[in-house]
Design a binder for this molecule. Structure first.
Ligand SMILES: Cc1cc2nc3c(=O)[nH]c(=O)nc-3n(C[C@H](O)[C@H](O)[C@H](O)COP(=O)(O)OP(=O)(O)OC[C@H]3O[C@@H](n4cnc5c(N)ncnc54)[C@H](O)[C@@H]3O)c2cc1C
Length: 422
């Protein structure tokens, strides 16, 4: 069994940034595993621009952004095993991690690692999770699958399209399909607000005259062999279709952009404690999970809006995995962190006593205007910030300075003081 110091599962932007950061902190016996034939993760199919504005102050395409990290991986000579699917992760009683994987070149592999970074990204929620009435005709795709067809395989999934869900992938694909000659009839969104970034609503829908139907859903899919139409309807505050508002839209394709699910089958099998809200692991500010020596970062931990934050978070995991390998044990007393009054979740979910300065990442559950974000501990306000608008589609970040962190001695809460929800 090959012995390694650090195994990184996933070679997307998170896995690559974590590997580079660990290498820069002196880890040499490391390995990146990815089931795809190349590094880059989901970015390889995101050929639109808009990546890296925060980090590189440039508008890069997804493959360009990924290439910046892949070049570093190559420059440092960090080994990668591609076409390699990780099947299992176990921790032995002495803390050693056993990673089981399979690949066409190497066959069935067992690797012995002192530390592991989970960076498996996320996958799209499929039709089966939606309970839409109708048959099972061809022409129903997740937006990401359609993106792969168009951008990687050069094939158009259809000509007349309805999109359900206004997350970023749905918005990006509305524009992409239009640019490739399809007619996008509408983007329907169950909620009264979009799940995507404002800049994508403007640049992908408004600029192309594509209607965004908020508080609408698809109630029926028509067609036997191929999608022929969908019926959409308005929904009330209870998110149920309002009878009499149905509208039948002829189309040959329905794209679904109805949410992302962190890929945590391996983490669960390994016994990592999970957060039911994020769908990812519970971590401390070092991104260490409940299993010492197992770290998590990127979309497998929580769904990020911008890849820049994925890289930032992965660097924390990479550096801290290196510190763990150097003998630094992160077993100090932990204080829990939780969101309330409009804050849906907060990462990290725990903070170690005596932690170094760090940032809180969180998402809100509704659209709020003119709010004050308040971080409190033991009745004291550690930090607060006023925001004109916060929305579920945009991740919020709040850095804590050393003197604020030093005041943490119990439960930390992040909450909104608001004038009113929309
Ligand atoms: C359509 C779309 C548009 C986007 N647009 C933007 C944008 O404009 N700007 C922006 O900043 N961000 C954008 N993003 C977000 C950005 O792409 C993600 O935040 C980022 O790719 C997440 O990185 P990751 O490494 O966590 O996950 P991923 O990129 O998903 O990488 C995970 C990797 O893990 C591998 N893996 C998973 N499980 C296993 C296993 N068991 N064994 C081996 N390998 C495994 C996968 O093959 C994959 O390569 C967009 C995302 C999508 C999908």
């Amino acid at each position: 069994m090959k012995k390694l110091d650090l195994v990184i599962i996933g070679g997307g932007p998170a896995g690559m940034a974590a590997a580079v950061a660990a290498y820069e902190k002196g880890v040499r016996n490391l390995l990146i595993l990815d089931r795809e034939p190349q590094l880059g993760g989901i970015l390889e199919q995101c050929i639109h621009n808009g990546f890296g504005l925060h980090r590189f102050k440039e508008e890069l395409t997804g493959p360009e952004y990924a290439a910046r990290f892949a070049e570093k991986v190559a420059e440092y000579g960090i080994p990668c095993l591609l076409n390699t699917m990780v099947l299992d992760l176990e921790t032995e009683s002495d803390g050693t991690k056993i990673v089981t994987a399979v690949s066409p070149q190497e066959g069935y592999l067992k690797l012995n690692a002192r530390a592991v970074i989970l960076a498996m990204g996320c996958r799209e929620r499929p039709r089966g999770a939606l309970n839409i009435a109708g048959t099972r005709p061809a022409g129903i795709y997740t937006a990401g699958a359609a993106q792969k067809f168009v951008n990687i395989k050069g094939q158009m999934p259809g000509k007349r399209v309805v999109i359900l869900g206004s997350g970023d992938i749905g918005l990006i694909m509305a524009r992409r399909m239009t640019l490739e000659g399809a007619k996008v009839e509408a983007v329907c969104e169950l909620m009264p607000y979009s799940g995507g970034l404002t800049r994508n609503i403007v640049q992908c829908l408004a600029d192309f005259g594509i209607p965004l139907k908020l508080s609408h859903t698809v109630v029926q899919i028509h067609g036997k062999e191929r999608v022929e139409a969908v019926t959409i309807a308005a929904v009330g505050p209870d998110r149920r279709p309002i009878p009499g508002t149905e509208e039948k839209i002829p189309c040959d394709t329905l794209l679904l952009s109805v949410g992302l699910i962190p890929e945590n089958e391996l983490s669960r099998q390994a016994g990592v404690e999970m957060d039911p809200v994020t769908g990812g692991a519970v971590v401390d500010e070092n991104r260490q999970t409940s299993i010492p020596g197992v770290f998590a970062c990127g979309n497998v931990l929580h769904v990020h809006d911008l890849v820049d934050y994925v890289s930032e978070e992965a660097e924390i995991a990479g550096k801290q995995a290196a510190a763990y390998l150097d003998g630094c044990r992160m077993d100090a007393e932990m204080f829990p962190v939780s969101g309330k009054d409009g804050v849906r979740y907060v990462v990290p979910q725990r903070i170690r006593k005596g932690a170094a300065p760090f940032a809180l990442y969180f998402r809100v559950g509704d659209v709020y205007r003119d709010v004050r974000i308040v971080v409190e501990c033991g009745g004291k306000t550690l930090v607060s910030r006023i925001k004109k608008k916060v929305a579920p589609g945009e991740m919020e970040t709040l850095p804590l300075k050393a003197e604020q962190v030093s005041q943490i001695d119990g439960l930390v809460t992040v909450r909104l003081e608001q004038k009113g929800a929309e």
